[in-house]
Design a protein. Structure first.
Length: 296
């Protein structure tokens, strides 16, 4: 049997996608997958969360229609391809690709991939949207680690085109190739990296964000002026502190602690200002207060 036929036997063409987690990243991934023509089932634990996710997808599509970037027909077609479920088994049934987008906590992801290992088809590819956690560690819970890859989308996925594909030391090249075809159909800008703490994007992005926080802490400049310097001086679309607020300062702290521990570098040691903001629940946009006042 030649290599191509072996690939087709183990990893058939992706036609249906399951997305686990309907938060900011989960519903965004469901949006772009459905817009690319895939049939999508979106999972969460509560129907109310799924209703909220569908409403946000519709709102994002409506903005696209208003701006002339999406036709009304494409909006309706995208929405028609998305269904929701509170059943994990139903979500992954008959799916060639399942993408996890649950909170950025390694024990949660390991637990989930252990469950998925027992209920997905043998030829289903499992992907994690983790921005920094080890794909190899996540895959350790699976009986088929060769079919597990990283698919790190960027927030918001329907606007930001970058997709970081992550291959662990045990990821099958054929699984990676299959996911790359999906990414191309989603019209992503693709980078491929090996499984290393923080990969490429989070490792650099978190480092910049933490240093900006230290500058605020030291009184070097205001958050607004630091961000303005990076936007106008280095052509970043958004400053590192505003971006941190959008991501969530609690998420930033968890990633920084993980990178500090794994890379053994004080460059990733979370500054006191970040710990204090998380302690008092100033988490960024989602709480209304972070380095910026979002309620205004």
């Amino acid at each position: 049997m030649d290599h191509l036929n072996l690939f087709r036997e183990h990893f058939p063409e992706v036609k249906a996608v399951g997305v686990i987690g309907s938060g900011i990243m989960g519903h965004g991934i469901a949006h772009v997958a459905a817009a690319a023509g895939y049939t999508v089932t979106l999972f969460d634990l509560e129907a109310a969360l799924l209703d909220r996710a569908l409403a946000q997808i519709r709102k994002n599509l409506e903005v696209g229609v208003e701006k002339g970037k999406v036709s009304n027909a494409d909006m309706q077609a995208t929405l028609s391809r998305i269904s929701t479920s509170t059943s994990l088994k139903e979500t992954v049934d008959q799916k060639e690709l399942v993408i996890e987008a649950i909170p950025e906590k390694l024990p949660l992801k390991i637990e989930l991939f252990g469950k998925l290992s027992g209920i997905v088809n043998d030829d289903t590819i499992l992907a994690s949207n983790t921005s920094s956690l080890s794909i190899g560690a996540i895959a350790s819970a699976s009986s088929r680690p060769e079919r597990i890859v990283g698919m790190h989308f960027f927030n918001p996925p329907h606007i930001l085109k970058l997709l970081e594909l992550v291959s662990s030391g045990r990821t099958s090249p054929d699984a990676l190739a299959s996911v790359k075809k999906v990414a191309e159909k989603m019209q992503r800008e693709i980078v491929v990296v090996k499984d290393s703490p923080g990969f490429a994007t989070s490792r650099l992005g978190v480092l910049l964000g933490l240093e900006a926080m230290r500058m605020v802490e030291e009184g070097v400049a205001s958050a607004e002026d630091i961000d303005k310097a990076m936007v106008h001086g280095y052509k970043h679309p958004m400053g590192p502190l505003r971006l941190s607020d959008l991501i969530g300062l609690d998420t930033r702290l968890e990633i920084a602690e993980y990178l500090h521990r794994e890379l053994k570098s004080d460059a990733f040691k979370p500054p006191l200002i970040l710990r204090e903001k998380v302690r008092i629940k100033h988490l960024g946009q989602k709480s209304g207060q972070g380095f910026y006042e979002w309620n205004k």
